[in-house]
Write a protein that binds this ligand. Structure first.
Ligand code: GLN
Length: 487
């Protein structure tokens, strides 16, 4: 049986009906990963032993008539920046090679407690710095739809794993687009929740006031099931929300599309976007219009400042967060250094990937005395402006619909020599993180080369259930999310 085509609740039901065991399901995925992953390279670590142990534990519960968790039997892949107890966690940087955490990130632990099975850790740009996985200190992941293309990033491994049906769902983080962009480029669904909905505890920090853990899956329904478990306050993360978490799954049909106002921001539909991408995103808007929604042009005038603001504030926070990697507490060490300064220099010189160094340097510069006001303070002010613009538009329309990426997946190596060109690819995702609002990326078609295209539904703070309901209804009348690449 092909267990990869079942939804999370269906998998659990298979176990309860004794039509499959968790061990059988796990073995099916391990075989599939061994067969397909050498071509895609979504995984850095395959946790065969741990997965089979967990599966046996679930099967034992069933034999003993004990209650099983809500995710029992579901196979999850985890971006390698989430700490996983006793499982190597590298953040895809050579710096952390060999690092075995003593505890798991809150998000992972909550999912494990509901009997999800970790099948492996997925590739990413190091510490999530990037948009293609090409910055990874290990290797580049390939797009399952075309192995010459990037899968997007930074959570490219997780997106590719879901896209190739190597798991039921995968965890990622979105600091400036790293869930939505790879989801779009790989043809799967992905949710960047409101900042603070999911705990950041136990995830290697990129930019602490931006980082949002979230999930990839084929359908919005499975995203709702997983988010139900991950969301909510965590006393180990002071910025995590105190809001009551709604029952997302039961609300999937709750939004009435008749008369619902959808804003199309004109700044996201300029000539800068590839025409095929633009056409497909507008087609998605038309599909929703055919269900009775009202499309309205809106304006987010500071959109063009988004990248500048993001690439000042994020490296600034990165430069502070990276100071903990001094080669003593975590990961790699070097044998002979005459003194502590040369030790630090050796560690960082040898094991930090170029993009990691670049961001530390940019951030340190922006925060240095004399430049702080000109760069950091100014960017922080524009951040408020961008947030206010979203609030204003979202007071007028129910949700905003926009493209995720200005292009489809590009060729591996194409943008590597020019980091600025790579940063430009984030033009349509970063403002959402600057504002902190939630956004759901969904597949909406293919270009003439059969590469996936996605769009995003942006809601107001903590309106995950609204955007998921619209996304779910969209997926009831389209089948882009069900398409699978032929690898
Ligand atoms: N591509 C963006 C960057 O390089 C986003 C990264 C992310 O969201 N982790 O910063």
């Amino acid at each position: 049986m092909d267990y990869s085509t079942f939804s999370i609740p269906q998998i659990r039901q298979l176990l309860l009906d004794k039509k499959a065991t968790a061990v059988e399901i796990t073995k099916f995925f391990i075989e599939k990963i061994k067969l397909i992953d050498p071509k895609i390279k979504a995984f850095i670590t395959i946790t065969e032993k741990e997965a089979l142990e967990k599966a046996a534990e679930i099967d034992k519960k069933i034999t003993n008539n004990e209650t099983i968790g809500k995710l029992a039997g579901s196979i999850m892949a985890v971006k390698d920046i989430f700490l996983t107890k006793d499982i190597e966690t590298t953040a895809s940087s050579q710096l952390l090679k060999g690092y075995i955490p003593q505890y798991s990130s809150t998000v992972c632990q909550k999912l494990l407690d509901q009997d999800a099975i970790i099948i492996g850790k997925t590739n990413t740009d190091p510490f999530a710095f990037g948009g293609s996985t090409e910055n990874s200190g290990f290797f580049t992941t390939k797009n399952p739809w075309n192995l010459d293309m990037i899968p997007g990033g930074s959570s490219g491994g997780s997106a590719a794993a879901v896209s190739a049906n190597l798991c039921h769902f995968a965890l990622g983080t979105d600091t400036g687009g790293s869930i939505r962009q790879p989801a779009s480029l790989c043809g799967v669904s992905g949710l960047k929740p409101t900042y603070g909905l999911n705990s950041r505890f136990g995830i290697t920090a990129m930019a602490s006031s931006f980082d949002c853990p979230g999930v990839f899956a084929r359908s919005v329904d499975d995203i709702a099931t997983v988010t139900q478990i991950t969301a909510g306050h965590d006393k180990k993360d002071a910025t995590s929300t105190h809001q009551t978490i709604p029952d997302y799954s039961s609300l999937l049909d709750s939004v009435n599309l008749k008369g619902l106002k959808i804003g199309l921001p004109k700044e996201y539909f300029t000539d800068a976007i590839n025409p095929e991408v633009k056409a497909k995103v507008l087609e998605a808007a038309k599909v929703l219009e055919s269900q009775g929604t009202i499309l309205k042009e809106v304006s987010l005038p500071s959109t063009n400042l988004g990248l500048a603001v993001y690439y000042i504030l994020v490296p600034s926070e990165i430069s502070a967060n990276m100071s903990r990697y001094e080669g003593i507490r975590f990961g790699q060490t070097v044998p002979d250094s005459s003194n502590i300064i040369s030790y630090y220099m050796n560690i960082r010189g040898q094991f930090m990937e170029p993009e990691v160094k670049r961001r530390i340097i940019i951030g340190t510069y922006a925060l240095s005395s004399g430049y702080y006001d000109a760069y950091y303070t100014k960017a922080a002010k524009v951040r408020t402006l961008i947030k206010q613009e979203f609030e204003k538009v979202l007071a007028d329309v129910d949700v905003i619909l926009a493209p995720v990426s200005p292009t489809t997946a590009w060729k591996i190596g194409e943008k590597c020599s020019n980091p600025l060109e790579m940063y430009l690819a984030d033009a349509y995702t970063v403002c959402i993180n600057v504002a902190g609002v939630p956004s759901l990326a969904l597949p909406c078609g293919f270009n003439s080369n059969n590469l996936p295209i996605g769009f995003q539904l942006i809601g107001n703070f903590f309106e995950e259930s609204k955007i998921m309901s619209i996304g779910h209804q969209y997926q009831q009348i389209t089948d882009y999310h069900l398409q699978i690449s032929k690898i």
